[in-house]
Design a protein around this ligand. Structure first.
Ligand SMILES: Nc1ncnc2c1ncn2[C@@H]1O[C@H](COP(=O)(O)OP(=O)(O)OP(=O)(O)O)[C@@H](O)[C@H]1O
Ligand SMILES: [Mg+2]
Length: 464
């Protein structure tokens, strides 16, 4: 009566046997289970149910004063225990909590599954297999790994995979984007600070190295650190200890370091921008993640993967990619690598009205580079460097797309994005689309600017 009054659906069973059958038939969200029953007693039913599905929440009911039984029941997997006579209040509150709890567990499991697929490394090309072999060798060790490769090739994904396959997997993976943190804040980010150690330090802050203790720290865009920060990071790597700003105390940290950059650090060393001693410390296990154009065999698989993921994320119907479209996608240059491919597929999945994606549905810059490749036919297998060069020369004669309308900017976020995009386009125009120069003038690292161009789809398209 209590349950029905609260609008729960309930199924009754007159014995343990009957209950077991009912659970298998009805798949309930929770079970209330009496202990003293004819035939099979409640404890036995509990153990059987638990073996059947250990996530099923079971609440025991017994005559009062049976503390020992209660303890045993909890040990055998019951989530709670009611005394007879049942208190309405207690039944309702407990049941509500139990159901909430198992909802959270289910949600957590789904999220984990979604995360797993998010971190799946798709592809079987020889170039990728070489990377995965290095990952496998490096992961179980504590050795510092340096990930090298263009923007969007999957360096972060590889870093996370190393962590997840290391003995530190149960500990934190702390990511620091050295390019995104302003120079004057990076030290306090990395090493932490004491309250009052500088103007604005109103609270104590624990640094990323400390946060990553016993886990992994991922120093992303490590080539963008200033000389001063480089010196301090080098010290941490050598001594395995940090000092918070404004504190004389050193704190031992046990941190595995994975660093990544899309810069050529050896050239940076020659220019005097990167410390060679830090480079040698980081470069214990270098892993080069190859650009997508050097593993075009993987493109169809990646397309399917991103199409499926987008469909799931946005509740869309699955789509077919017609062979000609897949071909064109496989031949494109993908300067933004896998990130650009992913964004393209997401856009296609959302914007293509039909069930099949045809060549005509592809963005014009992708179709056009196809046209130029057709003029200078290239055997597919060898279509790496020469085709890339051909694509390069096409885009050299191109102008960037400049639709800067901040249309439909509903939320603050959308407005900010639209404004940032318009600003970038404006600055690029002023600097004749010279990325290095623009980056310098607006005072952001080049890699960050590239990322923004990618993020906002500020793209090159063939002139005329
Ligand atoms: N082999 C792969 N399979 C599936 N997804 C991938 C693969 N490689 C990269 N991705 C996805 O592509 C996107 C870009 O990858 P990631 O952020 O790791 O690149 P990155 O090298 O760190 O780029 P950047 O230098 O710009 O930071 C991510 O969404 C990532 O999950
Ligand atoms: Mg990255």
């Amino acid at each position: 009566m209590i349950l029905e009054y609260e609008d729960y659906q309930f199924v009754g069973a007159v014995s343990g046997q009957d209950g077991l059958a009912a659970v298998q038939r009805e798949r309930p969200d929770a079970v209330l289970l009496d202990i003293k029953m004819p035939g099979m007693d409640g404890m036995e039913v509990l153990r059987k149910l638990h073996a059947l599905d250990e996530t099923l929440p079971i609440i025991m009911i017994s005559g009062h004063g049976a503390t020992a039984t209660a303890v045993e029941a909890i040990k055998s997997g019951a989530v709670d225990f009611f005394d007879k006579p049942l208190s309405t209040e207690r039944v309702i509150v407990t049941l509500r909590n139990v159901l909430k709890q198992s909802e959270l567990v289910a949600e957590n499991r789904d999220l984990k599954l979604a995360m797993e697929s998010r971190y799946e490394i798709v592809g079987q090309s020889p170039a990728l297999r070489t990377v995965l072999e290095s990952v496998q060798r490096a992961a179980p060790t504590n050795a510092t790994v340096l990930l090298l490769g263009e923007s969007g090739v999957g360096k972060e994904l590889v870093a996370r995979t190393i962590h997840r396959n290391s003995p530190r997997a149960g500990q934190r993976f702390v990511q620091v984007n050295c390019a995104a943190i302003p120079e004057e804040l990076i030290e306090s980010e990395l090493f932490g600070h004491e309250k009052g150690s500088f103007t604005g330090a109103t609270e104590k802050q624990v640094g990323k190295f400390e946060q990553a203790d016993r886990g992994t720290i991922f120093l992303d865009e490590v080539g963008d650190m200033s000389q001063k920060t480089q010196a301090k990071v080098l010290r941490v790597l050598q001594e395995q200890e940090v000092e918070r700003l404004g504190s004389a105390r050193t704190i031992k940290v046990d941190v595995r370091v994975i660093a990544a950059t899309n810069k050529n650090l050896e050239e940076a060393i020659e220019r005097g921008e990167f410390r060679d001693d830090l480079y040698f410390r980081l470069n214990v296990i270098p892993i080069v993640v190859p650009p997508l154009r050097d593993r075009r065999e993987d493109i169809p698989r990646l397309v399917q993967h991103f199409a499926k993921r987008t469909a799931e994320e946005h509740n869309l119907k699955p789509k077919r990619f017609e062979p000609a479209a897949m071909d064109t996608l496989s031949r494109y240059r993908w300067r933004g690598n896998i990130r650009e491919l992913r964004n393209t597929i997401e856009r296609l999945m959302i914007m293509t009205p039909t069930d099949a994606v045809r060549v005509e549905d592809l963005p014009s810059d992708i179709r056009n580079s196809e046209a130029s490749a057709a003029r200078a036919p290239m055997p597919a297998a060898a279509a790496t460097a020469p085709a890339a060069a051909a694509a390069e020369s096409t885009s050299a004669a191109t102008a960037l797309k400049t639709d800067t309308q901040p249309a439909g900017a509903g939320t603050l976020r959308e407005f900010k994005d639209a404004a940032e995009r318009a600003y970038l386009v404006q600055k690029l125009r002023e600097n004749n689309w010279n990325i290095s120069k623009t980056a310098e003038i607006i005072d952001t690292p080049r890699s960050n600017l590239y990322k923004k161009l990618e993020q906002y789809g500020i793209k090159q398209e063939v002139d005329g």
